[in-house]
Design a binder for this molecule. Structure first.
Ligand code: 13P
Length: 245
């Protein structure tokens, strides 16, 4: 399966940061994987213009579930698609925790994004406490079942397994732990979408760097990565992209 490497800039990036996209274009010209950069809302339009004619796509990090209306400060999936975004990260643990987004809210946003024609990168993953309690698989299954609409076109779907305790910490699960969770997700996708579930890409996210990327990409059912910190710097991100090709 063609791998997908997505960079989540989170709440980082000013106009001057677009230089990283320019540099990334130069560094990843030979890459044989899909590459997505998800800057903050304010940079999406500019990033899209900058990516024209390159293999880079642009994504967003959140949306409102409604197409429009009296929702001060929010941005809809339709607006993002209109700005040229093609992907969207939804259900990131930082939003689940700091904005109280539960599976029901994430599900509504995934539906909204699909309605607008965006490809969703739906994040799921257990906390340290849940893993210590032996509940990682249960939590991932629950989030997968609750956050992904059954009626959706699986071609617009990407899942990212992001163990919360591995995000921004430098900690990475063992290869066995990653394979176990990814196999569980694959099984859930096949139960839901039948044969089409095999074609849904499952990304790993959480402290992916140039040094560990190739080994992670060699694991079964790992179809790419969702990268935080290392996506902010073009050469660090390019190292990960090139490890996937
Ligand atoms: P880090 O790569 O900084 O651990 O972040 C992962 C992440 O949250 C991507 O969405």
């Amino acid at each position: 399966m063609r791998k997908l490497i997505a960079g989540n800039w989170k709440m980082n990036g000013l106009v001057s940061s677009l230089a990283e996209i320019e540099a990334l274009k130069g560094l990843t010209g030979s890459a044989a994987c899909d590459i997505v950069v998800c800057p903050p809302f304010t940079l999406i339009d500019r990033a899209v213009r900058q990516a024209v004619g390159s293999p880079l796509s642009v994504g967003a990090q959140d949306c409102h579930a409604q197409a429009n209306g009296a929702f001060t400060g929010d941005v809809s999936a339709e607006m993002l698609a209109d700005s040229g975004a093609r992907y969207i990260i939804l259900g990131h643990s930082e939003r689940r925790v700091s904005h109280g987004e539960d599976d029901e809210i994430v599900l509504a946003k995934v539906r909204a994004a699909h309605r607008a024609g965006l490809t969703t990168i739906v994040c799921i993953g257990e906390t340290r406490h849940e893993r210590d309690e032996g509940r990682a698989i249960e939590v991932v299954n629950e989030q997968l079942a609750g956050s992904v609409p059954g009626e959706t076109d699986s071609r617009n779907l990407v899942i990212a397994y992001e163990p919360v305790w591995a995000i921004g910490t430098g900690l990475v699960p063992t290869h066995e732990q990653i394979e176990e969770v990814h196999a569980t997700i694959r099984k859930g996708l096949e139960q839901r979408f039948g044969h089409d579930g095999r074609a849904v890409r499952i990304l790993y996210g959480g402290s992916v760097k140039g040094v560990n990327a190739a080994a992670i990409f060699g694991l079964r059912n790992v179809d790419g990565a969702l990268v935080g910190g290392a996506s902010l710097n073009a050469s660090d991100f390019a190292e990960i992209v090139l490890a996937a090709t």
